[in-house]
Design a protein around this ligand. Structure first.
Ligand code: NAG
Length: 391
């Protein structure tokens, strides 16, 4: 399955990670950029290969979900779904525009020519989204995209998010004017930790608050101050609801946490809200710190360090500092005695010890771990014996 809306959002967040945190990635930065490019290349083709058409999904999810198998064995229909002027999908088209624009920011210095192509495609996707408004869940695409990646939050949030990204990527005042004209209904206090592939409201506020805090003349900030205020109000509710002591009555305190301290929104796939919210906390903390600013909470102030500490607690929880004492990053399989969750066919493992002994245990990775550099040379060896064998 290729699901355009969550895939585009993934690319947007990965690109934002590189744009804001790339300087901390060291020798992993090229790998991170390669991962962004993998998503951006796909979206670029989806948005530009047929003029007036944006491809947004491949495969019928109803049939696909019934049939778990290797891609090589798949024979379920590879139906292709697209957004056009007569089949609107402003949500998925605007998210695609956001992903392309954010990727342009990530590649601005590393590959300016590629960044320019991404930006041009982002504008095309945005125009399709804005001129032919409608949710892809409500038209004829609805039966194919729902209930899997239905746009529950509507498309206004994606349009504003895309405009904010296009402005950051291009510096073109047209997009800020768009935000001013269309952003008014998106008020403060209507965010509830739902930041996800579906809901871009708080992400947009934090991104626009960056423009306000930078006081960049080209950003033309008057009228955008409210986005700093809205980001503050969201951040304050998180801080007040959780870890930080609040002067009684001074902070709204609508944050929700599990007893162990994890941000909690809902039971299914809660970690998506945790990771996105944690990203926003950290991004906002850095925008504040760079500007020498704080978040205004009720009568008081919350310093960037407090936001960083809250983000750190979320990360620690994810990686194992939690009541269950377990990491949610997948190490559970490493020490488990249960069978492998995924069967890898045809890979040679590390092999026996000096005495022909072999312990079939994941923890004994020197013996049980397969690796590409073990297998690649064997390809030639096996080819020789297969090609010269006498039957
Ligand atoms: C700014 O963007 C608008 C809308 O895409 C476009 O028409 C205009 O030419 C752009 N301006 C510049 C200076 O690139």
């Amino acid at each position: 399955m290729k699901f355009g809306l969550p895939m585009a959002f993934t690319t947007t967040m990965l690109a934002w990670s590189v744009a804001d945190f790339g300087k901390y990635m060291g020798s992993d930065l090229p790998h991170a950029r390669a991962a962004v490019r993998w998503g951006a290349d796909y979206l670029l083709k989806a948005a530009t290969s047929t003029p007036g058409t944006l491809y947004v999904q491949v495969g019928d999810p109803g049939q696909d979900d019934k049939c778990w198998e290797r891609p090589e064995d798949m024979d379920t229909p590879r139906a292709v779904y697209a957004v056009t002027a007569s089949t609107p999908g402003s949500d998925v088209a605007a998210e695609t525009a956001a992903a392309l624009a954010a990727s342009a920011v990530a590649f601005r210095r590393a590959d300016p020519g590629y960044a320019a192509s991404l930006l041009r495609a982002a504008v095309v996707a945005f125009e399709l989204a804005d001129r032919h408004r409608g949710s892809y869940s409500e038209g004829t695409l609805g039966a194919a995209v729902c209930p899997f990646y239905c746009s529950y939050s509507g498309y206004e949030d994606e349009l504003l998010w895309a405009a904010a990204w296009l402005h950051r990527a291009s510096g073109n005042a047209t997009f800020m004017a768009y935000v001013r004209a269309n952003g008014a209904q998106d008020g403060a206090g209507n965010d509830d930790y739902s930041s996800s592939w579906d809901d871009k409201r708080i992400g947009t506020k934090v991104l626009l608050a960056r423009a306000v805090l930078r006081r960049d003349r080209r950003q033309n900030v008057p009228g955008l101050q409210l986005y700093k205020a809205h980001s503050d109000s969201y951040i304050c509710s998180l801080v007040a609801g959780g870890w930080c002591r609040a002067p009684a009555g001074s902070r709204p305190g609508t944050g929700q946490y599990k007893p162990g301290g994890l941000i909690y929104r809902e039971g299914d796939s809660n970690m998506q809200y945790v990771t996105t919210t944690t990203f926003l906390l950290l991004a906002y903390a850095r925008y504040l710190r760079t500007a020498g600013a704080t978040a205004a909470c009720g009568g008081g102030e919350v310093a960037p360090a407090e936001l960083v500490a809250l983000a750190k607690r979320q990360v620690d929880y994810i990686l194992g500092k939690n009541p269950a004492g377990t990491s949610f990053m997948g190490f559970a399989y490493l020490h488990s005695a249960a069978p492998d969750a995924n069967l890898l066919v045809g890979a040679v493992v590390g092999g026996p010890d000096a005495h022909d002994g072999f312990v079939d245990d994941r923890d004994s990775y020197g013996q049980t771990e397969p690796a590409t550099y073990i297998n690649a040379p064997l390809v030639g060896v096996l080819a020789y014996f297969a090609g010269t064998a006498k039957y």
